[in-house]
Design a protein around this ligand. Structure first.
Ligand SMILES: [Zn+2]
Length: 189
């Protein structure tokens, strides 16, 4: 897909979709929503599918940025609760820290665009159907949450990688690269 091989683990992806669905339906019930069972099922399934696709889009953000900067991308893998992209970030960093930072930042940038887009269409969607508005509103919130969690300046998260790359670039210290390290990027949905 889009020049990057996509590998789907069907059981994992379907399991994630089902689990998200159940969690969302339970949350909507506990929140005291007035949806009938069919409406509740539609909202849960629609939102769960959008969350899976949002996580995939986040990974493709990393992968396409890597391709655009001439870095090797092995594949994007779609599994339980999201996915991950196999990208040789070490090679990108050897070439340029800023290039590596652009690859890392591309995923959160996609999540930000998705959060804003779902938020923008939530109100118009509500006037068409309460369920559609709810799906867009929850998808906006979950993408915002995903973005916030990913940007925490910790270890293997996007925020932690960006912090390390930008700090190294600002201080002008030489790159210290662990060669042959393919980075695993995983995003929960
Ligand atoms: Zn990411």
């Amino acid at each position: 897909m889009l020049g990057v091989p996509l590998r789907v683990h069907p059981l994992g992806a379907l399991g994630g979709l089902g689990a998200n669905c159940l969690l969302l339906a339970l949350a909507a019930r506990l929140a005291g929503g007035r949806l009938d069972p069919v409406g509740l099922a539609l909202v849960a399934l629609g939102t769960a599918a959008l969350l899976q696709l949002s996580a995939l889009a986040h990974e493709y953000g990393h992968a396409l940025a890597a391709c655009a900067t001439g870095q090797r991308v092995e594949s994007v893998v779609f599994v339980l609760f999201g996915g991950y992209a196999w990208i040789d970030l070490d090679a990108a960093e050897r070439a340029s820290r800023l290039r590596a930072a652009a690859i890392v930042a591309a995923g959160p940038a996609v999540s930000l665009v998705l959060a804003l887009s779902f938020w923008a269409v939530a109100a118009p969607a509500t006037s068409a159907s309460a369920e559609a508005g709810l799906v867009c509103g929850i998808a906006a919130g979950m993408n915002g949450l995903l973005l916030g969690m990913n940007m925490l300046p910790l270890g293997p998260l996007d925020g932690g990688r960006l912090r390390r790359l930008v700090a190294g670039w600002l201080s002008g210290t030489p790159n210290r690269i662990r060669t042959g390290d393919l980075h695993l990027e995983r995003v929960a949905s």
